[in-house]
Design a protein around this ligand. Structure first.
Ligand code: FES
Length: 570
């Protein structure tokens, strides 16, 4: 027997309740037959002019609507909190969990049988997927697509060049005026960052988890085929409602393992770790930090994309897209994992072809044998820390140096260019209090710029350690997500100037040469700083955010409340 549509609990009612639910739909000029008895599909839209990466989403939503109508459903578009990476202060990550609550409650509270998630800029993808997971109705993701590759003075550029240009200005190799001219050259079309930063990583994550149609990850935002994919996704979600194909049918442990492996093959962002852990927590799949190391360690880097390589997401699409990358590592994937189109991940990439081996290498001759995200353990990070070796310098992957400690971001900014700062290229830069609680919100400041005096000497990389994050477009030998963070009072909180630290990526260790009893002595003598946040959302955040090794979700948001609402509103 066909399952009754969820929306019938609103529009199929008799009496006063049914009257109210239907009448105010009719005031939009919608005939009764359109929404009564047909699958009602929500289009969860993160369009906002304050999220420039998603500013084309109204147009994309129209394509989704055509598909829904074509398949016999009824589309209802609704807005949710949109998180733009570039404008939001102090960091969009502070609001990821808040946006996920908006998404969850908006879906659950409304007469929606299935939902299309329109996401693009970094946090819009995890927040929407996390929220939808806690409701668990049929769901499909449509990403906004990357910008076209930037062009500046005859060269291809993208977001990763912001860090290069900024260092070039600081070392006097580029003028401020030249850097300003390059802005429009980089951001020359609609879409999210054009490199394999966090937004592209998230788009690859949803495709490899099976939550989008094949090819979703890489079609440029400006390419007409992005709209075709949106229309086909609209068409497909109606069928998913008929099949009752829910998120938990797709998001199995095997799907999460596939996403970790694909992330290694594309050189995806370290932010992937936080977001995947948080999504797993919502659907109750056991996933730990260790899984990221275990499942990515035998996967080579297949995609030659910035910041780990040379090319751009647009090139990835022309070279065969994510299906061509997945085909290369297919023997390592859980082939039977189901995807939103009702086919397995293996079926989706069987016919994929590679058209450019400079962009998508073969698994026999990978672009780099080092890939993935390494999970470090040691007395400096009792619960772990992460590093992306493909974006690091090979000569620093095993390094011992003297700590130069910055207690917070202001301390770093005030002293980094002080000519008297006692630092050289062998030092290890340590930045505290940029973790989930300490900042609060865990900003992307982990790849802190090097001191001017060392840049002038031609130094291009140093080991840097923090409890914060790094932009997916960033690079360097950067240890991130130290857990417990300084504000949570672990060993990291008491590391001092001059302590000797050893990073050994091969051994997966991050160790301070400080005896245990000395660390304990320092911790017992340290007064816990009072949290100045006593009201509003930030107060909720600092009191409930979990540490990075758990995905930085709120403790009370783990798990699901489901899709049932038993009480009416009138
Ligand atoms: Fe939106 Fe990079 S700023 S994806």
């Amino acid at each position: 027997m066909k399952k009754q549509l969820r929306s019938q609990n609103w529009f199929g009612k008799t009496g006063k309740d049914g009257f109210i639910y239907r009448a105010w739909m009719k005031n939009q000029g919608i005939p009764d037959y359109e929404f009564r008895g047909k699958p009602v599909i929500g289009i969860c839209n993160t369009w906002s002019e304050l999220t420039p990466c998603n500013a084309h989403f109204r147009e994309l939503a129209e394509s989704v609507k055509y598909g829904i109508l074509e398949a016999g459903g009824y589309p209802v578009e609704f807005p949710v909190m949109s998180l733009g990476e570039t404008l939001i202060k102090p960091t969009a990550m502070l609001y990821r969990n808040l946006a996920s609550m908006d998404v969850e409650e908006s879906i659950r509270a409304n007469p929606i049988d299935g939902v299309v998630l329109l996401c693009g800029c970094d946090k819009t993808t995890p927040s929407l997927v996390m929220g939808a997971c806690s409701v668990n109705i049929p769901t499909i993701v449509v990403s906004g697509g990357p910008m076209l590759t930037g062009k500046y003075k005859g060269k291809n550029i993208g977001t990763s060049d912001i860090w290069r240009f900024s260092e070039a200005v600081r070392s006097g190799q580029m003028t401020e005026q030249e850097m300003e001219v390059s802005e429009a050259c980089m951001a020359r079309s609609r879409g999210h960052c054009a490199v394999m930063g966090t937004a592209a990583t998230m788009a690859c994550m949803v495709e490899s988890l099976g939550l989008s149609l094949p090819e979703n990850a890489a079609i440029p935002a400006a390419d007409s085929r992005r709209k075709v994919l949106a229309q086909l996704s609209g068409k497909r979600i109606v069928k998913m409602v008929e099949e009752d194909l829910k998120l938990t049918d797709i998001l199995t442990r095997e799907a999460f393992e596939n996403a970790i492996k694909v992330n290694a093959a594309i050189g995806g962002s370290t932010n992937f770790v936080l977001h995947l852990l948080a999504i797993a927590g919502r659907v109750g799949v056991e996933l730990s930090l260790n899984d990221f190391d275990v499942h990515s360690k035998d996967i080579p880097l297949i995609a030659n994309l910035q910041p780990s390589g040379e090319h751009f997401v647009e090139d990835l699409y022309y070279a065969g897209g994510l299906p061509a990358v997945m085909k290369e590592i297919l023997p390592a994937l859980n082939k039977d994992a189901l995807t939103v189109n009702g086919r397995t991940i293996a079926e989706n990439c069987t016919d994929a072809a590679c058209y450019d081996r400079n962009v998508i290498a073969s698994s026999e001759k990978p672009f780099n044998s080092i890939s993935g995200i390494v999970v470090l353990k040691g007395n400096l990070c009792e619960e772990g820390a992460v590093l992306k070796p493909s974006a690091a310098s090979a000569h620093l992957l095993k390094h011992t140096g003297k700590a130069v400690v910055f207690e917070n971001i202001e301390d770093y900014k005030n002293r980094i260019d002080d000519p008297l700062l006692d630092i050289d290229e062998n030092s290890i830069m340590v930045l505290k209090n940029v973790g989930p609680i300490g900042y609060p919100g865990m900003p992307e400041v982990g790849n802190m710029g090097l001191p001017k005096k060392l840049l002038a000497k031609g130094v291009t990389d140093m080991v840097r350690i923090s409890d914060g994050r790094m932009s997916g477009t960033g690079f360097g030998t950067v240890v991130l997500h130290v857990s417990p963070e300084a504000a949570a009072g672990g060993n990291f909180s008491v590391i001092e100037d001059g302590d000797i630290i050893t990073l050994d990526v091969k051994q997966r260790t991050l160790q301070a040469d400080v005896p245990e009893d000395e660390l304990e002595r320092r911790k017992s003598g340290k007064e816990k700083a009072a949290m100045p946040y006593t009201r509003g959302y930030v107060s909720l955040y600092v009191n409930h955010v979990q540490q990075a090794h758990l995905g930085a979700d709120f403790d009370f948001l783990c798990g699901a409340s489901g899709s049932e609402v038993t009480r009416d509103s009138h």
